[in-house]
Design a binder for this molecule. Structure first.
Ligand SMILES: [Zn+2]
Length: 130
């Protein structure tokens, strides 16, 4: 149950990271093309958000840098959520391999611990079974 919630939050992180990459990339592209070619339409849209007195080159640069940073954050989110998933899987494998081997054999006469099939001594208390 706890693990399911954990997995869901990882998925959310992955999705958010992916959205950030896309948005950041878009902002970067807009900023880039804005620096190259400032069309009337673009200026019209951008002055809806940014005051017209701002130097438009700076706005383009800010879009580029901001978009780049947002995309990097999104990328890091994706990577961290994926690597956490791998680590969780490795830990799961570890727990499975570290689980004590199932020993089937006769029980000790003294402590009822398991005694190896071809062993004369108890593995728990060490007493002879003969
Ligand atoms: Zn014993």
């Amino acid at each position: 149950m706890g693990r399911n919630q954990y997995g869901e939050s990882l998925n959310t992180r992955l999705i958010v990271g992916f959205i950030l990459i896309v948005l950041g990339f878009l902002a970067y592209q807009v900023g880039f093309s804005f620096i190259l070619r400032q069309t009337e339409l673009m200026i019209k849209y951008i002055t809806m958000v940014v005051p017209e007195s701002y130097p438009m080159d700076t706005v383009g640069l800010a879009l580029q840098f901001g978009g780049g940073i947002v995309a990097i954050i999104g990328f890091l989110l994706c990577v961290s959520s994926l690597s956490t998933r791998v680590v969780t899987r490795i830990q799961e494998v570890k727990t499975v391999t570290e689980a004590p081997p199932v020993v089937s054999g006769p029980k000790c006469r003294f402590c009822s611990g398991t005694v190896g099939a071809d062993s004369a001594f108890c593995t728990v208390c060490g007493k002879s079974q003969k």
